[in-house]
Design a protein around this ligand. Structure first.
Ligand code: NDP
Ligand code: MG
Ligand code: MG
Length: 341
């Protein structure tokens, strides 16, 4: 069984005794920096000169420095820039300014797992990866709850990396919900698989195919939107509360019978073969290389796919309907409706 940690298993004073530099102030960076600060940790934020995030961090009363300055002051450096820029930021600004024995903390194992960052032998290398989007990591913390985390240690020259990782996980609120011991390899491969096959890729494509099938058959797009997208949250909430079983308990017998007979027809066994192929591309680095090579070339494939996604008719229908449902409001203040960026 997985090894789990909760608040009582961690000593908050370890991270409270360190000088922490959070590099990047985006989805995860703002949440880690603010939760650490509110847990009594000495935090500074490292950003590039002229960063768009600087004003937001300063408005929260955080000290903002350049990445180099923040790293020079720190004995714990948390790398929360986008994955595709981490290796350059590490090589140019973090590594040359590291103090002896500074620990590196990651929120996702991508750059370590695929060898884009090769840390010094003297650095503790840890990961505290929240299993939820950054805006929830902050919101749950301020509400007295937490987003679960998975925790790993790749290098432990100090012999203290695990204690520090648990202390860090507690400080961001993760151990209120629970931490699971993992490895960089397991976290990276399962995280990429989950987001590609099920949570993001699989769910998005399922919703779009459902919407297309109904609208191509002549049904109204507004009805198709409610059926295939809006209700999904209500169904997923039931799954979170009580598993697939509770979802099946709540729905009508008609819906439950349809679930059994049509679910495996839509998501047929070939879909599982496709999932295995996706996993193989993750494990052998094919996906990582495709992503990083495209990013290095200015992201032409990424930009084209993002544009194509935004043009799908379900988006225009959704914008109109959400405008009429005052309670479905966007609480993430920096999200711009109609832009994936
Ligand atoms: P974001 O895209 O939200 O990070 C953007 C932040 O990084 C901004 O503050 C940006 O500054 C800054 N930044 C970008 N480039 C640089 C640079 N060259 N030097 C310094 N700062 C830079 O990242 P995420 O929060 O999505 O991801 C961070 C890490 O967390 C990744 O490893 C990701 O896999 C992991 N993770 C993310 C999750 C999420 O919810 N998004 C969930 C779990 C893990 P500016 O404003 O100037 O652009
Ligand atoms: Mg991910
Ligand atoms: Mg129904």
């Amino acid at each position: 069984a997985a090894e789990m940690f909760y608040d009582d298993d961690a000593d908050l004073s370890l991270i409270q005794g360190r000088k922490v530099a959070v590099i990047g102030y985006g989805s995860q960076g703002h949440a880690h920096a603010l939760n650490l600060r509110d847990s009594g940790v000495d935090v500074r934020v490292g950003l590039a000169e002229g960063s768009k995030s600087r004003a937001k961090a300063e408005a929260e009363g955080l000290r903002v420095l350049t990445v180099a300055e923040a790293v020079k002051e720190a004995d714990v450096v948390v790398i929360l820039t986008p994955d595709q820029v981490q290796r350059t930021v590490y090589a140019e600004e973090i590594q040359p300014n590291l103090n002896e024995g500074t620990a590196l903390v990651f929120g996702h194992g991508f750059n370590i797992r695929f060898g884009y960052i090769l840390p010094e032998a003297g650095s503790d290398v840890l990961m505290v990866a929240p299993k939820g989007p950054g805006h929830l990591v902050r919101r749950e913390y301020t509400d007295g709850r937490g987003v679960p985390v998975i925790v790993a240690v790749e290098q432990d020259p100090s012999g203290q990396a695990w204690d520090l990782a648990k202390s860090y996980a507690k400080a961001i609120g993760g151990l209120r919900a629970g931490g699971i011991k993992t490895t960089f390899t397991e976290e990276t491969e399962t995280d990429l698989f989950g987001e590609q096959a099920v949570l993001c890729g699989g769910a998005s494509q399922l919703v779009m195919y459902g919407f297309e099938t109904l609208t191509e058959a002549g049904y109204q797009p507004e009805v198709a939107y409610f059926e295939c997208l809006h209700e999904l949250k209500l169904i997923v909430d039931l799954m979170i509360e009580g598993g697939i079983a509770k979802q099946r308990w709540s729905i009508s017998d008609t819906a439950e019978f349809g679930d059994y007979v049509s679910g495996p027809r839509v998501i047929s066994p070939e879909v599982k073969d496709n999932m295995k192929a996706v996993l193989a591309d993750i494990q052998d680095g094919t996906f990582a290389k495709r992503f990083i090579d495209d990013q290095d070339a200015g992201a032409p494939e990424f930009k084209r796919l993002r544009e194509q996604g935004a043009q799908h008719p379900i988006e225009a229908t959704g914008r109109k309907l959400r405008g009429l449902m005052s309670w479905v409001k966007d609480t993430d203040s920096d999200y711009v409706e109609g832009s994936a960026a």
